[in-house]
Design a protein around this ligand. Structure first.
Ligand SMILES: NC(=O)c1ccc[n+]([C@@H]2O[C@H](COP(=O)([O-])OP(=O)(O)OC[C@H]3O[C@@H](n4cnc5c(N)ncnc54)[C@H](O)[C@@H]3O)[C@@H](O)[C@H]2O)c1
Length: 450
């Protein structure tokens, strides 16, 4: 099938590359000139495991191409995906300007091309209930083209996006006609392992499914984060709770890891959007209010713990922050917990050194020379008064901790992701504070600063 993808960010590029990999002919449209140049040179502008390799194969064979021109891409397309961002506005409502812009460009292109064939417009962006219906009405009014609109929310996770896209748990399709569902069934055929995983519903149900799913996942994390307060108070271990709860088949083990708060481009914005969608429906959604409050409290609680347990005034102290991306295996720093933690520490007068395996360049753009940027975690920790871990990069678990303890001013680690082993901390003489787990309280070996 000829497929056009409008917007080649995380979702558009992964979707386009995977559709090319299963045999469709894909044209990706990207309006950011820097990203477009990179794509036309065959380079992935984002880091996502396995994506560059898949792109290499399909770009070389011509199965996927990139352009800055919507008309070029739409000319032969049977389906047009809208994969542009729907970021939050400062008040938490959804900024629909990119989607409206892309919808208008597709509409103008179809009008100019005087297309006589059926074109299916697929909204992959996460959008409030009612958007697909509005888009359909807009297209019907503005163009004589024969179009149908389908809501097809995306559920991929950054870090495993390629795998998620090629092996989806389910494909949710919202539409108003059997013809639209048949088209989508044909498009995704090689990816549908079981018929019951292809779920059809109306536009509004599909749109709300996406917000409800993300709010539920964020709620599970916030629930566990709230439990860390009780665990720390009563001497319980959140990891034992996680296993004890998660092995109940009614609960299941996913998304029960406590930490210093969730981030990313999806959970914070989708939960905030849910709050506003609820307000627009005339009520206050107490549940999503609580999810958000717990999350921002947890980020602050982690930063405050550093100040309280540091053993010296925070002003002038050197803190090494390990991990800037909102989670491991991505370069995405959007709404990352590290942003709040670094801002808090800087405001208190600390000297912050930072390290990340992929997200450093994006974070540099945010904090510039307010932070000392380090090429590796061991250098970041050398001479520091404490390390604060905000991303669970697996590489952090296998570092030479004996050497790190010897070179730090104080062997003190705050683990906001519960990713280090307590025994390793104890054996190497660290003072170690995880989230919701008993700390390791070796006697602090304070060195004199020269
Ligand atoms: N990132 C995720 O993990 C994820 C997962 C599920 C759903 N989503 C949703 O998918 C949507 C896209 O998210 P993303 O993370 O890929 O965003 P992104 O910001 O990474 O990518 C959007 C891209 O669209 C481009 N763009 C904007 N307007 C354009 C236009 N008119 N023509 C061509 N290109 C245009 C931008 O330059 C950008 O490269 C959002 O609604 C998001 O909520 C994201």
């Amino acid at each position: 099938m000829d497929v056009a993808i409008i917007g080649c960010g995380y979702v558009g590029l992964v979707t386009g590359t995977c559709l090319a990999a299963i045999g469709h002919t894909v044209k990706g449209v990207e309006k950011d000139p820097r990203k477009l140049k990179s794509l036309q040179d065959g380079h992935c502008p984002i880091f996502e495991p396995g994506l560059q390799e898949l792109l290499n194969e399909n770009y070389a064979s011509g199965q996927i191409q990139f352009t800055g021109n919507v008309k070029d891409a739409v000319r032969d397309a049977e389906v047009v995906f809208l994969c542009v961002g729907t970021p939050p506005k400062p008040d938490g409502t959804v900024d629909m300007s990119y989607l409206e812009g892309a919808g208008k460009e597709v509409c103008d292109a179809l009008a100019e091309l005087k297309s006589e064939y059926l074109v299916t417009i697929i909204v992959k962006s996460t959008v409030p209930a009612g958007t697909n219906r509005k888009l359909y009405n807009f297209l019907r009014e503005q163009t004589k083209a024969y179009v149908q609109v389908v809501s097809n929310p995306e559920f991929l996770k950054e870090g495993t996006a390629v795998q998620d896209c090629l092996n989806p748990d389910r494909i949710v399709v919202g539409g108003e006609s059997p013809e639209a569902f048949r088209m989508m069934r044909r498009l995704y055929d090689p990816l549908i392992k079981r018929e019951e995983n292809f779920l059809t519903m109306n536009w509004e149900s599909a749109e709300l499914t996406k917000y409800a799913a993300n709010s539920m996942l964020a709620a599970r994390i916030s629930f566990m984060n709230e439990m860390t307060i009780l665990c720390e108070h009563y001497g319980a271990d959140i990891e034992d709770l996680r296993k004890g709860m998660g092995s109940d088949t009614r609960i299941g083990p996913a998304f029960l890891r406590a930490g210093c708060g969730y981030g990313g481009s999806c959970f914070p914005k989708d939960v905030a959007a849910m709050e506003h969608i609820s307000k627009a429906a005339g009520y206050t959604n107490l549940f999503v209010d609580a999810i958000q409050t717990v999350n921002s409290n947890q980020k602050r609680r982690f930063a405050e713990k550093i100040v309280q347990k540091l053993g010296r005034p925070i002003e002038g102290a050197t803190i090494a922050v390990w991990g800037l991306a909102f989670k491991a295996d991505t370069d995405d720093i959007r709404e990352s917990a590290a942003i709040d933690v670094i801002r808090y520490l800087l405001d208190k007068g600390a000297i912050v050194r930072a390290h990340d395996y992929k997200g450093m360049e994006h974070m540099k753009a945010l904090f510039k020379d307010e932070v000392e940027w380090c090429g590796d975690p061991v250098t970041a920790a050398a001479g520091a008064d404490a390390v604060a871990i905000t991303t669970d990069w697996p590489q952090y678990t296998t570092l030479p901790f004996r050497k790190i303890a010897a070179t730090m001013n104080t062997p003190l680690i705050f683990d906001g992701r519960n990713c280090l082993h307590r025994d390793v901390m104890r054996e190497n003489g660290f003072q170690y504070y995880p989230m919701g787990r008993p700390p390791v309280e070796n006697k602090l070996r304070l060195k004199q600063k020269v």
